[in-house]
Design a binder for this molecule. Structure first.
Ligand SMILES: [Zn+2]
Length: 106
C-alpha cells in the first residue's frame, strides 16, 4: 500500500489517531455496532487522549456498577484494538476493509 498521508481505512481524510479511532467511517461503524453503541458523530474531541479519557472517566447512567464500568472500558479497548488491527491489515497484508468481518471480530 502506498503511503499517501491519507487514512489507510477510508482514504478520505488525512491520517491521524483521532480520525482513525473516532471519526473514520470504519471506526464510526464499529462504535455504533458495538455492544455499548457510541455515536461518534455527536462527539467533539481535539485529541485521541481526550476521547480515551472520556471513555475511562465515563459515569454514564447505564453503567450501574463498577464491574459494568470495567467491562465497558475493556470493550472500548477491544474496539480500539480492532481498529488498529484493521489498519495494520490494510497496510501490511493488503486487506480490503470488510465491515461485516470487522464487526464480527469485536
Ligand atoms: Zn478513515
Amino acid at each position: 500500500m502506498e503511503d499517501n498521508g491519507l487514512c489507510p481505512l477510508c482514504s478520505l481524510a488525512p491520517e491521524s489517531a483521532l480520525h482513525l479511532f473516532v471519526f473514520c467511517r470504519v471506526a464510526k461503524t464499529l462504535w455504533r455496532e458495538s455492544f455499548w453503541p457510541i455515536i461518534t458523530n455527536n462527539l467533539s474531541f481535539t485529541s485521541i487522549a481526550a476521547f480515551i479519557k472520556w471513555i475511562v472517566c465515563s459515569k454514564r447512567a447505564f453503567l450501574r456498577s463498577l464491574v459494568e464500568h470495567r467491562n465497558y472500558v475493556l470493550h472500548a479497548a477491544i474496539v480500539l484494538d480492532s481498529i488498529w488491527d484493521a489498519q495494520n491489515s490494510v497496510i501490511h497484508q493488503d486487506w480490503v476493509v470488510n465491515m461485516h468481518e470487522l464487526i464480527g471480530s469485536v
